[in-house]
Design a protein. Structure first.
Length: 148
């Protein structure tokens, strides 16, 4: 520990203290970005929006019912668990709600998100139409229930 501190002092001429702070802040923010969603499903995003994590696989969506409040921003974060070696759809999955103009397409083993605000109460169907069976596949559908 003392050795480390000595080294720090010796290098002060080259490294400004604010540079350390900047590095610590950036690293901390990066780590937090990775760690927080894992522990905090459905918490608040950076914009104050509610966040919903959904996984898409050839077996369907991991979540079939989402609840949200009218007039409150909602972030849907879609992850495709499938690899690009899937012959049908190439491992992509979609989260689309026509009535709200929402269309998220997650690349194979990747995540994409969109933030939107449901204007009023109602039940909105979401679906994936880029993999096997597409919209006809009953497991690649779900309901967004918006309450007032
Ligand atoms: Cu799909």
């Amino acid at each position: 520990m003392t050795k480390l501190m000595k080294g720090k002092r010796a290098r002060r001429g080259r490294w400004k203290p604010w540079a350390y702070l900047l590095i610590v802040a950036v690293a901390g923010a990066g780590a937090g970005w990775l760690v927080v969603p894992a522990f905090w499903d459905g918490g608040s995003g950076p914009t104050g929006a509610n966040v919903v994590e959904i996984k898409g696989t050839m077996g369907g969506f991991s979540t079939e019912v989402i609840r949200a409040k009218a007039g409150r921003p909602l972030t849907v974060r879609l992850t495709s668990v499938d690899t690009r070696f899937h012959t049908d759809g190439g491992g992509k999955h979609q989260f689309a709600i026509d009535a709200l103009g929402v269309n998220i397409i997650a690349p194979p083993e990747g995540t994409r998100e969109a933030t939107f605000t449901p204007p009023g109460p109602g039940v909105y169907e979401y679906y994936c139409d880029v993999c096997c069976g597409g919209r006809a596949n009953p497991t690649m559908q779900g309901k967004l229930i918006v309450e007032s």
